[in-house]
Design a protein around this ligand. Structure first.
Ligand code: SF4
Ligand code: F3S
Length: 106
């Protein structure tokens, strides 16, 4: 499965949702997650993310390992998103900032 990681937080560009053939992205206030039970490993979303926040589970950087669980958990409570919307207004400022997990709104 593929996993959305920390750099999506407060950026939420949403380019990823347009290419997913099985609509497995779910949207929260400032972050998206992938439903691990729906993802078919098509790989299409990974290159679409301007924040480079999407990784195959097997390629997750060590410091992003906890996002596997975060995606699995939040996908159960957040609605599906299938259409691109405007990115966060200050997305560019947050892109690449460390420690954004503390900013995650559930
Ligand atoms: Fe969707 Fe494919 Fe990305 Fe999985 S790898 S979330 S199926 S676009
Ligand atoms: Fe997030 Fe990248 Fe999608 S920033 S919303 S994973 S395009």
């Amino acid at each position: 499965t593929f996993v959305v990681t920390e750099n999506c937080i407060k950026c939420k560009y949403t380019d990823c949702v347009e290419v997913c053939p099985v609509d497995c992205f779910h949207e929260g206030p400032n972050f998206l997650v992938i439903d691990p039970e729906e993802c078919i490993d098509c790989t299409l979303c990974e290159p679409e993310c301007p924040a480079e926040a999407i990784f195959a589970e097997d390629d997750l950087p060590a410091d992003q390992a906890q996002f596997k669980q975060i995606n699995a958990e939040l996908t159960k409570i957040w609605p599906v998103i299938t259409e691109k919307k405007d990115m966060a207004p200050d997305a560019k400022e947050w892109d690449g900032k460390p420690g954004k997990l503390a900013q995650l709104e559930r």
